[in-house]
Every structure is written in structure tokens, then in C-alpha cells.
Design a protein. Structure first.
Length: 201
């Protein structure tokens, strides 16, 4: 069955584990740039991983990419919030690039790639992609369609507190987020944002 034809009745726990969590393990690898995907909880899970990679000497430069975030005190850019947190955590501002104006995962990665292409005298061979574990597979599928085939993408998944392979099905919030991510993949396949692919039920 093509992923674009998948229905709610077809989705099982095993299928979710396969589609979201298989083959996304990370091992320490040097890369030319890290891309950190924005979200409301990015400073809690994703940005600390970026800072840790910098401190290990594995990744020197980062792109923080996101949209706008509404919080109590107003509307802010996710990229700026991530940048400020990273600087406070010891990452030099000169090593940070920011991509703005995204309204979706697709736009976030496209904007990051457009920014990459605009950096003078910089041709990355390896890029580390940092996002939460449940979100990684959709990002990798997008990268396969958007980014140059000359760039090797290194997935660096970060676990949040309730949407990991071990616990997503244990709470309503985790279940809803995992199911939503599956339908995000289906939607992107139907829109042509990712390559359609076959899945065995």
C-alpha cells in the first residue's frame, strides 16, 4: 500500500513504531552544520542537544529554523528564542544562523536549505538534523526531496518526555501526537512534498 492511501483503520502500534522510530539512531559524527527544528518545546529538548554537540566538537555551526510562537507576553520568532537560549548556554552567536517565516515542517526545512545555499564559500557535505524522535522521520522524508543529493544528512533525534518509542502509546497526549505525525506524513505524500512510498501492513 502507498503511504498516501493509508487510512486510520490501517494504523497499528507496530506500524507507528515502524514509521516513526525505526532506523533513526544517532552516533557521534562530525558535520559541517546542524539544523535545529523549531517548536514550542525546542529550548527544552532540541537546543540543549545542539549545545551538547557543539561542546563535544562535533558540530560548529547551526541553523535555527522556525515560525512564530505565541506566548503570554506576545508573539516571538522561534528561531530567535532558540538562538537566545543557545547563546545563554555557551554557543557563540557568530556560529548561529536563523531562518524565519515558516508555517510548517516543510517550510522550516525549505527555508533552512535556502539559507544554506546563500552562505558564501560554504558547501556542506554533512549536516546534522536535530528534532524530536517522533518528528524525525517526516523531516528525513522532506530532506530527501528538498536538499541536494550531495549532502549527507545525519539524524540526531531527541526524546521528549511522552512521545518516545517506549511510551507514546501510554498517554492520550503521546498517542495523539504520534497519530498526528503519521497523518502529517500521509498529508505530505498526497501534496507531493515527500516521495510516495510503499508500506506493508
Amino acid at each position: 500500500m502507498n503511504i498516501s492511501d493509508l487510512q486510520y483503520k490501517d494504523i497499528s502500534r507496530d506500524l507507528i513504531n515502524l514509521m516513526l522510530f525505526e532506523n533513526i539512531e544517532y552516533s557521534d559524527t562530525n558535520s559541517d552544520m546542524g539544523i535545529v527544528m523549531g517548536s514550542y518545546s525546542a529550548v527544552k529538548y532540541r537546543v540543549p542537544r545542539a549545545v551538547a554537540l557543539y561542546n563535544k566538537g562535533l558540530v560548529k555551526n547551526f541553523i535555527f529554523s522556525g515560525g512564530k510562537m505565541l506566548i503570554d507576553s506576545g508573539i516571538y520568532e522561534e528561531a530567535d528564542i532558540m538562538k537566545d537560549f543557545a547563546i545563554e548556554s555557551g554557543l557563540p552567536s557568530s556560529n548561529i544562523y536563523t531562518a524565519y517565516n515558516s508555517h510548517s515542517t516543510f517550510e522550516s526545512l525549505k527555508n533552512a536549505f535556502d539559507l544554506l545555499k546563500s552562505i558564501e564559500f560554504f558547501t556542506p557535505k554533512n549536516i546534522t538534523l536535530i528534532t524530536t524522535s517522533f518528528h524525525m522521520k517526516r523531516c528525513l522524508l522532506l530532506v530527501d526531496k528538498i536538499f541536494s543529493k550531495d549532502i549527507n544528512i545525519i539524524p540526531c533525534p531527541v526524546n521528549d518526555s511522552f512521545t518516545t518509542k517506549e511510551n507514546w502509546y501510554k498517554t492520550p497526549a503521546g498517542y495523539e501526537r504520534a497519530i498526528g505525525e503519521i497523518f502529517g506524513i500521509i498529508d505530505y505524500a498526497n501534496k507531493g512534498y515527500i516521495n510516495n512510498f510503499n508500506i506493508t501492513l
